[in-house]
Write a protein that binds this ligand. Structure first.
Ligand code: 5GP
Length: 190
């Protein structure tokens, strides 16, 4: 169950979450990110690749900030089980269904944690000979990153807390929350 009021602690399955980053803060930052991407030197018809499931809301909002013609494709990768990384990637929708060769690729990710998912995806995409690959993520946990990936654009750098909302889930719940929430029992940011 998701509580209707979004400025309070909420319960998802067996865990409680506290408000963390508001809907307003997210939409302001996503607009800024879009403006910045509009200034990037990209070839014709860049390809956005949204990593499912978590990035679908961010990708939809970000894409609407772009003022150039772009295509979008979706790929399903999963390394998380509950609140912990499984340490391996499961690729569920392996077929992108669109050509990658010689195109500028912008990967849209919800959160870069260990970096494993992005490391894996970049290796896979490189085999298809794109012109370039950039990574855009709404959230980044710099303290947790173990794999060598360069993230080109970050919405918010956050500590290692587990977060939900705005597309991110806990056991399939919480994706529809408009803001971001963090696991209760840890300090809120200053
Ligand atoms: P990585 O492969 O970088 O360790 O983890 C990336 C993936 O783990 C994300 O796409 C996301 O699915 C999941 N993940 C990492 N941290 C969190 C988190 O705090 N909350 C949620 N809901 N998922 C997370």
């Amino acid at each position: 169950m998701v509580a209707a009021i979004e400025d309070q602690r909420i319960q998802l399955a067996d865990l409680s979450f506290d408000p963390y980053i508001s809907e307003e803060e997210i939409s302001q930052r996503v607009a800024e990110m879009g403006q910045e991407i509009n200034g990037w030197d990209l070839g014709p018809k860049p390809l956005l690749i949204s990593v499912l499931n978590g990035s679908f809301i961010f990708a939809a909002d970000l894409m609407r900030q772009l003022d150039f013609t772009a295509e979008i494709a979706f790929i399903q990768l999963n390394s998380y089980d509950g609140t912990r990384s499984k340490g391996e990637i499961v690729m569920e929708g392996a077929q992108l269904g669109v050509p990658v060769r010689n195109r500028d690729i912008i990967i849209i990710e919800d959160i870069v944690d260990s970096g494993l998912t992005m490391f894996y995806l970049v290796q896979e995409l490189k085999k298809r000979l794109p012109a370039s690959i950039r990574i855009v993520t709404l959230l980044h946990k710099p303290e947790m990153q173990e794999f060598p990936v360069t993230v080109d654009q970050i919405g918010f750098s956050i500590p290692s807390d587990f977060v939900v909302g705005y597309g991110l889930d806990y056991r399939g719940l919480g994706r529809n929350l408009k803001g971001l929430y963090k696991l209760a029992g840890q300090d809120l940011p200053a």
